[in-house]
Design a protein around this ligand. Structure first.
Ligand SMILES: [Zn+2]
Length: 332
């Protein structure tokens, strides 16, 4: 029996694509218009071959039924309905892979534009993405909403989309290396996805760079940080009061180090988060029983530290391609 796709089988279709044993009766002109690869395939085709499908010629292609269905739907209906979450990832991945294979440039670019909102080139976009992955109770849960970065890295490699890689590598570098080496098992298909051996090496090296960067930041900018010349406590007669801001920076250092060890938030290796958290601790209303106002520095000291935080995070973001062994024409 002939398998026919229930949706993508037009009565006035004039070419049947046979993918994974299933027929898609579609329009030759539409495919030719969007894809130089299909145009080439059609121009080389022997249109007098026997055994047509519903009187129309059959072109067999080496794609799965699911991939071809997602791709043709995107071609006919557009991709405005697509989300870049876990649920839609098989669809996004199929459209991007086939749009690349068949050189449907605009479709490929549209998918890449969407993906780059979640796997961005700039730090401000990364902040938005991180905020969107935090639930209403303030719990950060990227894996519940975003595709696993191993999937993104492998997809970016497959379709030559290198600008998705720095943020995906950074995202993955925050996981335990043993988890990453074990691979990611897809909940739906139970398929196990691994990084290539070379990408795993790049990841581990980048993770070490990121970790060293945080240590350097803590030593240079946080631990026993000198008060600014305009510190409001600088002229206090009581030596303890005079050291107020320095002591507060030390208390923050202690908190950050606890966090690095994953004791507090389990965001164990996220320097971008740890560095901004060092600033946020100074203004956050924490329960008094925890650490009260011991981490509050004066406004001039906070402002000077805030500038150091911004500089460090910008510098970190700029370093990502180098750390993870990626050569890009420009970054960010
Ligand atoms: Zn101060």
């Amino acid at each position: 029996m002939e398998l026919v796709h229930p949706d993508l089988c037009f009565q006035d279709g004039n070419v049947a694509l046979l993918a994974g044993g299933c027929h898609f009766l579609v329009h030759k002109g539409v495919l030719e218009r969007h894809s130089p690869v299909f145009a080439q395939l059609f121009s080389a085709y022997d249109w007098n071959r026997p055994n047509p499908f519903r009187d129309q010629p059959i072109l067999e292609v080496q794609d799965s039924v699911e991939d071809m269905a997602f791709f043709l739907l995107a071609l006919y209906d557009g991709i405005s309905h697509l989300k870049h979450n876990t649920l839609d990832f098989p669809n996004v991945s199929a459209v991007l892979r086939l749009a690349t294979k068949y050189q449907v440039k605009r479709l490929r670019q549209d998918v890449l534009n969407g993906l780059s909102q979640v796997w961005p080139r700039t730090l401000p976009q990364w902040e938005i993405r991180e905020a969107n992955a935090t639930n209403a109770s303030g719990v950060y849960e990227p894996r519940k909403v975003l595709p696993h970065p191993i999937l993104i890295i492998n997809l970016a490699r497959a379709v030559d989309a290198p600008y998705l890689l720095p943020s995906a590598f950074y995202d993955l570098s925050r996981c335990y290396p043993s988890d990453t080496a074990a691979g990611y098992k897809c909940h739906g298909t139970q398929e196990l996805h691994h990084l290539s051996e070379s990408d795993l090496t790049y990841l581990l090296k980048g993770r070490e760079h990121a970790s060293r960067f945080l240590s350097t930041f803590i030593v240079n900018e946080l631990e026993s940080r000198e008060p600014t010349p305009s510190c409001v406590h600088i002229d206090e007669s009581d030596p303890l009061q005079r050291r107020h801001c320095q002591a507060a920076f030390d208390a923050i250092t202690f908190e950050i180090l606890r966090d690095v060890n994953g004791v507090v938030c389990h965001r164990s290796s996220d320097p971008l988060f740890a560095i901004i958290d060092a600033e946020l601790m100074q203004t956050r209303d924490e329960p008094a029983a925890h650490f009260g106002t011991s981490m509050r520095v004066c406004e001039p000291c906070r402002s000077a530290f805030s500038a150091a935080v911004d500089n460090a995070r910008d510098a970190l973001w700029r370093k990502l391609p180098e750390w993870f062994g990626l050569s890009l024409h420009s970054w960010p």
